[in-house]
Ligand binder design. Sequence first.
Ligand SMILES: C[S@@+](CC[C@H](N)C(=O)[O-])C[C@H]1O[C@@H](n2cnc3c(N)ncnc32)[C@H](O)[C@@H]1O
Length: 369
Amino acid sequence: MKLFRIAANPSILHLVASKGITVAQGSELKLDEQSLITSQLIKKHAPAVDVADAAVVREKTAQLALTLDLARQGFEAGEPAATIVDRLAGRLHELRNQVNAAVWQQLIPLAQEHPVSAFLKQDPFTRWSFDKPRGYSGDASLLDIYYKHPSADEIVASSTELGREIYAYTSEAASSAAGRERRDILARTVDATAERVENAEVLAIACGHLREAELSRALAGKKLKRWVGLDQDPISVGIVNRDLAGTAVEAVDGSVKGILRRAYNLGTFDLVYASGLYDYLPRAVGIRLMQRAMEFVKPGGEFLFANFSDEITTDGYMETFMDWPLILRSADDMWDIINGSVDKNTVEAEVFYGTNRNIVYGVVRKHAE
Ligand SMILES: C[S@@+](CC[C@H](N)C(=O)[O-])C[C@H]1O[C@@H](n2cnc3c(N)ncnc32)[C@H](O)[C@@H]1O
């Protein structure tokens, strides 16, 4: 198991010390290797099935070099950032689709090492994702950047003019808009649960900063008995407990591995959900997690999970310049996880896409007793 001590990262220490976030003494982030939240973990756990054909690698390397040079020339000539990044992301998406995984893995470092990355990393969203100040991909502060949350204002405002111009594009990309809609859908689902049952109890697995809580009418109206957030990252847990102190929310340290081992005695809930987690879970872990999560669901309650869909077109840009690989899924993949997890006679299930089809959702409802 990999251990990343928080104290090892000065920027994180500064964040914790200066922002009044309480992190238990000796708390350290433990990556449980159930969620593949770094490109190294993905490589370590990915089945090596593809072979990189040398001729294909040569041909695609040349095409990639042309694409990257064109982007760099665009920046040097002062072309609008949105035009450059849109063209670049589109071309990276095409290239990724044209080659097998082994070839694509060889192209990624070539893009990352190209001088154009110095322009792209001026975008606070791209830079935070690539640098990984918390030690892993897709941390909650990264999401704050594309949620346009006030806590990210400073990092955006302190970026260069070009960086803010690129951010104006990347934060409005379809996948970013879908992420913001996901947060709205979570808040609406919590509110609907509170309409359905009095004193509703809610569990968010991998809660991050639980920003959906700020949008929930049920939380503001004190309609919830409790809203428990669980996350592996003690800083995120500290931020939730600081920002939502005095509400029904309580965040706790915990991991997917702990849930799989039934290590937490949390009781049962009317709604359990996992947002921004299945994107890092291999199929077998996703199935086992859903089985355990359903043990937390009361009769008549539901489990909701979300996944970036295999229809996104930002995948090539994310995997190269943001070093942010995701496990993308289709509606069929979501059904496959549901069907592998639950007895269809005891639940009702549905799968649906968000507005722009960049995120797909699965909901499993337990029959009332
Ligand atoms: C992309 S963020 C999603 C945050 C939030 N749920 C949202 O939708 O805004 C992913 C979160 O999953 C957490 N996470 C990833 N792997 C985990 C694991 N194995 N156990 C517990 N939490 C995990 C990370 O710490 C991070 O806070």
